[in-house]
Design a protein around this ligand. Structure first.
Ligand code: BES
Ligand code: ZN
Ligand code: ZN
Length: 503
């Protein structure tokens, strides 16, 4: 994990030195200073390398004459008018990635305000730091190679600023979110033979050291609660289903939880008896990403000591096969009392979520429910890995999410809920069929969940993160694999909207 530090803004005498430049001919005062100390090495490097300071473009000047640093790294920020906090995060990630396995152990980042950009020095430093921190993530737990080049050399990034205390204070917020993103990635990347319902629930229970109240409900208790949909999904597995409830009570004057997060925690999705084909099975260890996102959001809130009350309810279950497994044609009585006709055992996520929604409404009566799930392949077909689908019974809630999404850069796109889709869930034998048609699956699945939501009492949004949770190629902020999508988004949503729900 990259250590982030802040120090006085003097010229570094060792390590890798990093600076940034916007596009165009504007050269910052730090640039000019370094350029003159190095007999114009920076000008020469730019002239000879087609460097235009486009966003993320990098040049390196090794062992610059006149300075004692190992190298100077210049990163482009793109056009001045387009520079935002998110762009700065991108630049931070680019630099950290470039130096990750370079042999350097420390980057010293010189920070100054940018002409024509209304972002303070503190915000510039902490946003670049955040980008560097999440952009340098690796998952090497299962590598046994002794070769140095497999592992990062980079250990820390030091940001040289005029007000160290202010930057340190502000960075605490980012560090909490970065920590949550890392935890999500670690859980999602973990192989399914190690991350089973049993081990996953145990790992989450350890979060109690942060003052998070964690309750794990096991099979016998789930039976008593009537959570038969969740139990059915887990019936074929050797590791029983669990419901985990994690509460953060940061608003000490109140003991209600107006915002509830619900997560799909399918530790492996074989498809059950409606078995997936081999290419469909690949990466189905990631089917617990929704649960990892919401539990990590609670962790981030705790790390920030956020003055909010929020709860995460997650359904942890493995969708496996055995003589005990649930079957297409089964009819199961849900916790809500509604009977459900099983049409396809690969549509397991909505079953586990439906009982979790009922449980949350019954025991916590939240004003807002946000469920997060890798629910449908159709969401991947529609949005690729760029957008998560959001479906909601509330225009205002959707708008609030749109706003925070713009700030964090985690993109969402609203799909409609529509009675026409709900009608497709009619069953001949039971109250409801859980599949509908194959067409419009992202909406069908959401309409199934909708059937368990009390519209009159609850604003509800469903985030289908099937495409954004795990990406098979490296991105700006993540290596190939788990992305940690949603942790920042949910944090910002809760932090900026919580006060609306206080009585
Ligand atoms: N876990 C999958 C959805 C998924 C697919 C997540 C690809 C991430 C990447 C879900 O449980 C599932 O299998 N959905 C089926 C539903 C179908 C049987 C109606 C799907 O989308 O194909
Ligand atoms: Zn499935
Ligand atoms: Zn699934």
């Amino acid at each position: 994990m990259l250590e982030i530090m802040f120090a006085k803004n003097t010229l570094p005498k060792k390590d890798a030195l990093a600076i940034y430049l916007p596009e165009g001919d504007v050269k910052s005062s730090i640039y000019k200073k370094l350029n003159s100390k190095t007999s114009k090495a920076l000008d020469k490097a730019i002239e000879s390398s087609r460097f235009e300071a486009k966003l993320g473009q990098i040049i390196e000047i090794m062992a610059p004459h006149g300075l004692h640093v190992n190298r100077i790294v210049v990163v482009g920020l793109g056009k001045v008018k387009k520079i935002t906090e998110h762009i700065l995060q991108e630049a931070g990630a680019k630099v950290a990635k470039k130096l990750l396995k370079s042999g350097e152990e420390t980057i010293q980042f010189m920070i100054e305000e940018i002409d024509g950009v209304k972002i303070s020095e503190t915000e510039i430093a902490t946003n670049i730091a955040f980008g560097a921190r999440i952009g340098s993530y690796t998952f090497l737990k299962y590598k046994t190679s002794k070769k140095k080049e497999v592992y990062p050399s980079l250990e820390r990034a030091v940001f040289l600023v005029s007000d160290i205390e202010k930057a340190e204070k502000r960075y605490k917020h980012f560090e909490a979110i970065a920590n949550g993103i890392s935890m999500t990635r670690d859980f999602v990347n973990e192989p399914p033979n190690y991350l089973t319902p049993k081990t996953y629930a145990k790992d989450i229970a350890r979060l109690s050291y942060l003052g998070i109240d964690v309750e794990v409900i096991e099979k016998e208790e789930l039976k008593k609660l009537g959570m038969n949909l969740l139990l059915a999904v887990g019936q074929g597995s050797t590791s029983d289903a669990r419901l985990v409830i994690a509460k953060w009570n940061g608003d000490k004057k109140n003991d209600d939880y107006p915002i509830a997060l619900i997560g799909k925690g399918v530790t492996y999705d074989t498809g059950g008896l409606s078995l997936k084909r081999h290419d469909g099975l690949l990466n189905m260890k990631t089917d617990m990403a929704g649960s990892a996102t919401v539990i990590s959001t609670i962790k981030s809130l705790a790390l920030q000591n956020a003055k909010v009350n929020a709860i995460a309810v997650i359904a942890i279950v493995e969708n496996s096969i055995s003589a005990n497994a649930y079957k297409p044609d089964d009819v199961i009585t849900s916790m809500s009392g509604k009977t459900v006709e099983i049409a396809h055992t690969d549509a397991e996520g909505r079953l586990a979520l439906a009982d979790s929604i009922t449980y949350t409404q019954k025991f916590y009566k939240p004003k807002v429910i946000i469920d997060v799930a890798t629910l449908t392949g159709a969401a991947v077909v529609t949005f690729g890995s760029e957008y998560a689908a959001i479906l909601s019974n509330s225009d205002s809630l959707s708008k609030e999410f749109n706003n925070v999404s713009k700030a964090t850069g985690e993109k969402i796109w609203r799909l409609p809920l529509d009675k026409a889709f709900a009608k497709l869930l009619k069953s001949d034998i039971a109250d409801i069929n859980h599949l509908g048609t194959r067409e419009g699956q992202t909406i069908n699945a959401a309409e199934f969940l909708h059937a368990f939501v009390d519209d009159k009492k609850t604003k509800w949004a469903h985030l289908d993160i099937a495409g954004t949770a795990y990406i098979d190629k490296p991105g700006t902020f993540h290596p190939k694999g788990a992305t940690g999508y949603g942790v920042h988004l949910l944090n910002e949503y809760i932090n900026t909207n919580y006060n609306k729900f206080k009585d």
